[in-house]
Design a protein around this ligand. Sequence first.
Ligand SMILES: N[C@@H](CCC(=O)N[C@@H](CS)C(=O)NCC(=O)O)C(=O)O
Length: 230
Amino acid sequence: MIRLHVFPDPWGLNPSPFCLKVETYCQLADVPFRTVRTPPVRAPRGKLPFLEDAGERIPDSGEIIAHLKRWHGDPLDRDLDAQQHARGHLIRRTCEESLYFALVYCRWIDPEGWAAIRPVFFGSVPAPLRDIVAWTARRGVRRALHGQGYGRHGAEGVLALGAADLVALATLLAERPFAVGERPSSYDASLYGVLANILDVPVTTALTAEARRHAALGAYTARMRGVLEG
Ligand SMILES: N[C@@H](CCC(=O)N[C@@H](CS)C(=O)NCC(=O)O)C(=O)O
């Protein structure tokens, strides 16, 4: 059985868009897997998710999906044409290289988002250590966002960057039910991984209010839930 190493799941939806992406991919592609809770420091590249399959440890959600396609078949994407792959690629990059960082900023740096997410991420840390662990982790995220660049834009600037991504995604999703066509593909795993974390989890952020302006986004995550639960 494939073992997928992910973050703990406080809500029935993994709070990490990349962990939720791979869980979603496996469900859509009918790949049986078992989740394992592992701290990121024990991951091959220090980030989650990573996968263990037949003794091999594979890091990175994109590499995991490439591995699963190679060894377990490609039922979701095998019939897509070049246009669909191009559209999917751009959607994926928007979600993973831009919207994801706006979400991280709204959860970790924005004071209201941090007040809401801190107990979820650090509530189980024993009291004497909780403050220092949370503070150290937040400092790491602040530095990472500064290095990536979005951390230099300020709260309003980041929200504007994320809101622009949401407008673009809503415009595309108004045209067709899933990322690139009439049925889910691997690109929907990326899209759902981040959109569900903005719209369908109990901890909302400034980005949630932006996403709620677009009916097409909520309709999409509901459609995906229908497929995943159906
Ligand atoms: N490119 C990676 C990104 C994974 C990633 O950023 N994971 C985050 C959680 S969403 C993580 O493990 N962060 C922990 C850390 O940086 O210490 C992928 O696609 O899997």
